[in-house]
Design a protein around this ligand. Structure first.
Ligand code: NAD
Length: 435
């Protein structure tokens, strides 16, 4: 089939490449000319395992092309995926839909009768119903097919999704989406058909649930800190209950990135609009608990530098909002690093992939290309993004380069015995007896 994918960021670039890989002929569209030129040359604008090779294969095969022209897109295909950003509005928690609306309004005049515009962007519940009339004038229809990929495993998640949710307004739209995804459903991907409102809700409800689970265990970590209990043991024992499960029950610095924080705020704002603010009022607390973990990490680190960061050297391990990605949007690690710098420390940040992106947002932090350089003469080391390679570090060797062997493991993933045996003082959220 011929498809277009409009918006070639994390979601769109991966979707376009994967659709071409599964046999479709795909045209990717973006307003960013540099991005389009890079993608057309087979270079992804961000780090995502497996994407570079797939782009090069499909671009070379001629099944994936890129353009900046929406008119060309409207002529090229009858099925259009909308993957543009839906950021938080600067003046409130609500979602800014201007990019989605620009695409719908830009496509509409050129669409052929029977065209299907499929939203993948995360939007407030009711958006598809509101936009449908703008497409109906061209004889085109809208559907919503929310995206659940995780950065860091986006290609795998797209090729082997745990579910495909098709929110449709007609049997024809359902048939079209079934045909698009036939290679994935043939390999076992469950296909859930529903209306557009429910489809939009599946996405925001899922992200709200995940955020709540993370903040729940972080709230328990706060209790553990006061009572002398151990949150890792608590999480492990809770997670073994099959009704609860271990995923997203990892106590630490909390969530960030381009999705969970803005999605829960947008959901809370939308619930207010429809007169059901009280139904998701808890999301504000989920957000507050999450913000508190950043402050708690800074305070914990400050205890290791004698109560002040003034004239201290602090090493930060991790800048990406999560391991496996170079995305630094609303990164908890960088928020902590910046606050420590603001309080007077010299901060040197290491990350295996995200240094360039981090430097662009926080130019006043210092950056190091290897962990040893980052840790040289440090008064405290902060482990803030749980890249697997940090678990392989040699605590004894690092103890030799720092000024004082003190570690805050804000992600609770390093081996305390190994670090303690090498002479390190330790701190971690929810584990007051670690020290
Ligand atoms: N990143 C994720 O992990 C993820 C996962 C699931 C869902 N989502 C949702 O998917 C959507 C996209 O997220 P993302 O992370 O890929 O965003 P992104 O910011 O990485 O990419 C958005 C792209 O859209 C382009 N764009 C903006 N306006 C345009 C227009 N008028 N025409 C063509 N292109 C335009 C931008 O130039 C950019 O390249 C958001 O709604 C997000 O919430 C993201």
């Amino acid at each position: 089939m011929r498809l277009t994918v409009i918006g070639t960021g994390y979601v769109g670039a991966v979707h376009a490449a994967c659709m071409a890989e599964t046999g479709h002929e795909v045209l990717g569209v973006d307003v960013d000319e540099e991005r389009v030129a890079a993608l057309a040359a087979g270079h992804p604008p961000f780090h995502e395992p497996g994407l570079s090779a797939m782009l090069q294969r499909t671009v070379a095969a001629g099944t994936l092309r890129f353009t900046t022209s929406l008119e060309e897109a409207a002529r090229f295909a009858d099925t259009h995926f909308v993957c543009v950003g839906t950021p938080q509005r600067p003046d409130s928690g609500a979602a800014d839909l201007r990019h989605v609306e620009a695409v719908v309004d830009g496509l509409a005049p050129g669409l052929r009768e029977g065209a299907l515009v499929v939203g993948k962007s995360t939007v407030p519940v009711g958006t598809a119903d509101r936009l449908a009339p703008r497409l109906a004038v061209s004889g085109a229809e809208i559907a919503w097919n929310p995206e659940f990929l995780r950065e860091g495993s986006a290609v795998q998640d797209t090729l082997r999704p745990e579910r495909i949710v098709a929110g449709v307004r007609s049997a024809g739209a359902e048939a079209r989406l079934r045909a698009v995804y036939a290679p994935l459903t043939a390999a076992g991907a469950p296909f859930v058909v529903t209306d557009t409102v429910t489809a939009e809700l599946v996405k925001v409800a899922s992200n709200s649930f995940l955020a709540t689970k993370i903040s729940f265990i972080n709230a328990m970590a706060e209790i553990c800190d006061v009572m002398g209990a151990d949150v890792l043991t608590l999480a492990e024992a809770m997670g073994r209950d099959s009704r609860i499960g271990p995923a997203f029950l990892s106590p630490g610095l909390g969530f960030g990135g381009s999705c969970l924080p803005k999605d829960i705020r947008a959901f809370a704002a939308r619930a207010e609009e429809i007169g059901r603010g009280e139904s998701v009022a808890f999301l504000r607390q989920v957000d507050e608990i999450n913000a508190r973990q950043r402050r708690r990490t800074v305070d914990l680190a400050e205890r290791f530098t004698g109560g002040s960061f003034e004239d201290r050297d602090v090493a930060v391990l991790g800048a990406a909002f999560k391991p496996g990605s170079d995305d630094v949007r609303d990164s908890p690690a960088l928020a902590v690093a910046e606050e420590v710098r603001r309080r007077g420390a010299r901060v040197r940040v290491h990350d295996p992939e995200a240094i360039d992106n981090a430097r662009a947002v926080y130019p006043e932090l210092q950056y190091a290309l290897d962990v040893t350089k980052a840790c040289e003469q440090a008064d405290v080391v902060l482990h803030l993004t749980e890249w697997p390679q940090y678990r392989e570090l040699d605590p004894a060797a690092l103890a030799g380069v720092v000024r004082a062997p003190a570690l805050v493991d804000a992600r609770n993933t390093l081996d305390p015995q190994a670090w303690r045996a090498a002479g390190w003082r330790l701190g971690a959220p929810g584990r007051p007896r670690l020290g």
